[in-house]
Design a binder for this molecule. Structure first.
Ligand SMILES: O=c1ccn([C@@H]2O[C@H](COP(=O)(O)O)[C@@H](O)[C@H]2O)c(=O)[nH]1
Length: 207
């Protein structure tokens, strides 16, 4: 299995790190955006991400997996197959005809569901999935994420009874990329300043 440092560089070289003045969720601006959707085009990187997620998952008791739609669903699907763990698919919107479901897949009340996510900023996307799972009497205590942007999402999730475990934090990812010569000190400073200033709290709208 490659190291997290090697994985960070592979993600950067595959185009998963976008730098500049970028529009993020709800019209907010960010100097860095992580687009982990590119990983579906790189099976070896997919496998590397998933193996690291599986290592974290192996320390958390769970019966079933659920990826946050849509970017994390391929990660959850590959983990499910590799570890022979059933998975659920959460829809963004409830299906309007036939089954009228928000969750697809077979599950039982009180099963422990482990959430898989690509990036956490405010934690709002993870919370939407937590709410849908808990509404169906599944037990959710943990979420795994590839990147925690360290903008308050982990604390908001903790306040909602969900412990977040990340492969990378923003701080260690940009340090790895700087040490590997992919980004310079100025970029590191701009991103670090943004993270300090752009924080979410439990009273902010995280939708
Ligand atoms: O760099 C980023 C930041 C966010 N995303 C996507 O947004 C949500 C996470 O934002 P929350 O505020 O925590 O809901 C997540 O589902 C990502 O897919 C991103 O891709 N890259």
């Amino acid at each position: 299995m490659c190291t997290l440092e090697q994985l960070a560089v592979q993600l950067y070289d595959a185009g998963a790190v976008r730098l500049g003045d970028i529009e993020a969720k709800l019209g907010r601006r960010t100097p860095v955006y992580f687009d982990l959707r590119v990983v579906v085009s790189h099976p070896r990187i997919m496998l590397a991400v998933v193996k690291h997620l599986q290592k974290l998952a192996s320390k958390i008791h769970h019966d079933i997996l659920c990826g946050v739609p849509y970017a994390a669903m391929p990660f959850a699907a590959v983990m499910s197959v590799n570890t022979n763990t059933p998975m659920l698919m959460k829809r963004k919107e409830t299906k309007l005809y036939a089954t009228k479901k928000i969750l697809e897949g077979v599950f039982q009340k009180n099963q422990k569901c482990l959430i898989i996510e690509d990036v956490v900023t405010s934690g709002g996307s993870v919370l939407e999935t937590v709410d849908a799972l808990r509404a169906e009497n599944l037990v959710v205590t943990h979420a795994l994420v590839v990147l925690d942007r360290e903008q308050g999402g982990a604390s908001i999730l903790k306040a909602n009874g969900v412990e977040l475990k990340a492969l990378f934090t923003m701080t260690n990812l940009i340090k790895i990329l700087r040490d590997a010569g992919r980004i310079n000190d100025d970029t590191v400073d701009i991103i670090s300043d943004h993270i300090k200033v752009c924080q979410f709290g439990i009273n902010d709208s995280v939708g």
